[in-house]
Design a protein around this ligand. Structure first.
Ligand code: XLS
Ligand code: NI
Ligand code: NI
Length: 440
């Protein structure tokens, strides 16, 4: 069934185009640094925002004009949305989508009933995949909306909730395997605390680790080979979330021997909530071999919460794509638009324009990042800045041949070599120039 009748396939028209429903920078099969743009970006649409967001906010009702709004039967609506996600992705040339179990099918009274609903819709998705090239980037379980998760999930004080969540993730791992999901994401929206006065943090974190180990074991048991990803977020909805940022979550993984099984899914807006730049979180993951996937959105410097805006900032996407390129790409991860159009952008074509904007922003970022890497100026500058470690006493330090006594003997009567400028402003200009040079 066709859902978006008025929208045709979105094509590449180049930087000169004024068509809002055409790509200016994203050309899927163009080769950049030895790989197609499609391979570098691996875009995914987020079921929950793209099809689920209705524009409701804390003060007002939904605003979005969507073809399925008038369907009242939840299963009928769920079926139409399956048609919608495939048509949407195909028209935009988005190769992947992502979903939570509860995005695609409604809950029943028990987990058994809920799973039954889910399996019906998964069957429809499976059917579509026989004729479509659109694939599942990652699945996850929604363990934050239902009131049962009020005190947490694996970190809940209520053991029955731990059990419920285990059953839920077990089933989603089975679904992910069935649909060929390339990753599986854990975002711990309720894994945190509101007040330490009522919280046993030690038990809560031990239980989270137990839960993750059970997930690893079960994936192994059923032969699900997708990459496990943890998505850090500093706060919201919890006041303090256990997977605060990448560094914090990595320390947790290492402390519980979970390190070999997980990478991270870095979300731009979560990075800024943690007081970091997006680039910082990507860099931290990359140098630790943990950059798995990206939730490509953006926040607003004036708003202190997760607004999941479509990414339109080319400077940020350029810095991000530099990390992605240096990571050797994201596969089996990708760039998932965990992003929604604004409440006032309620017409149906806004949904397409929003994704065109996001894809073009990351395509432009890729082009500019490739230029910066090809020209080598930034890399040469950094190499030069640390040149003192390539020879002499610096080399002795990095080779492990120096100790306090030898270093004291070396420096005791010596004037240290002069330091040189960090040239921040000059380097920032190089980034701007690279973007500008890609514009036409
Ligand atoms: C919420 C998270 C969520 C995850 C998936 O802030 O970004 O959408 O990506 O559960
Ligand atoms: Ni996210
Ligand atoms: Ni988020």
């Amino acid at each position: 069934m066709m859902i978006f009748d008025d929208i045709t396939v979105i094509g590449y028209e180049g930087p000169g185009s004024t068509n809002p429903l055409a790509f200016k920078y994203y050309k899927a099969d163009e080769v950049v640094l030895g790989r197609t743009m499609a391979d570098w970006t691996r875009f995914a649409a987020a079921y929950w925002h793209t099809l689920g967001a209705d524009g409701t906010d804390m003060f007002g009702w939904g605003t979005m004009q969507r073809p399925w709004t008038t369907i009242s039967d939840p299963m009928e609506k769920a079926k139409v949305k399956v048609d919608a996600i495939f048509e949407f992705c195909e028209k935009l040339g988005i190769p992947f989508f992502c979903f939570h179990d509860r995005d695609i099918a409604p809950e029943g009274d028990t987990l058994r009933e809920t799973n039954r609903n889910l399996d019906v819709i998964v069957g429809l998705i499976e059917d579509h995949m026989k004729t479509s090239r659109v694939r599942l980037l990652w699945g996850t379980a929604n363990m934050f909306s239902n009131p049962r998760f009020v005190h947490g999930v694996a970190s809940s004080c209520n053991a029955d909730i731990f059990a419920f969540a285990a059953g839920q993730v077990k089933h989603m791992l089975e679904v992910s395997k069935r649909l060929g999901g390339q990753n599986y994401v854990f975002w711990g929206g309720r894994e945190g605390y509101e007040t330490l006065l009522n919280t046993n943090n030690g038990l809560e974190q031990d239980n989270m680790a137990r839960f993750f180990h059970m997930a690893v074991d079960y994936a192994d048991k059923i032969g699900f080979t997708g990459q496990f990803l943890i998505e850090p977020k500093a706060f919201e909805p919890s006041k303090h979330q256990y997977d605060f940022d990448a560094a914090n979550a990595l320390a947790f993984l290492r402390g519980y021997d979970l390190d070999p099984f997980f990478k991270f899914n870095i979300e731009a807006n979560h990075a800024t909530l943690a007081g970091h730049t997006f680039q910082h979180e990507l860099r931290y993951c990359r140098i630790n071999g943990k950059l798995g996937s990206v939730d490509a959105n953006q926040g607003d410097p004036l708003l202190g919460w997760d607004i999941d805006q479509m990414p339109t900032d080319a400077y940020t996407s350029t810095l991000a794509m530099m990390e992605v390129i240096k990571n050797g790409g994201l596969q089996p991860g990708g760039l998932n638009f965990d992003a929604k159009v604004r409440r006032a952008s309620f017409e149906l074509d806004d949904l397409f324009m929003g994704h065109v904007a996001g894809m073009d922003t990351f395509a432009l970022g890729l082009r500019a990042a490739a230029r910066l890497i090809e020209s080598g100026e930034l890399d040469r500058f950094v190499e030069q800045r640390y040149a003192s470690y390539a020879t002499g006493i610096g080399k002795e330090i990095v080779d492990g041949r120096a100790d306090f006594a030898s270093l004291e003997a070396y420096i005791l009567d010596k004037q240290p070599a002069p330091s040189h400028s960090g040239r921040q402003e000059y380097l920032e200009t190089l980034v701007t120039q690279a973007i500008v040079n890609c514009l036409h």
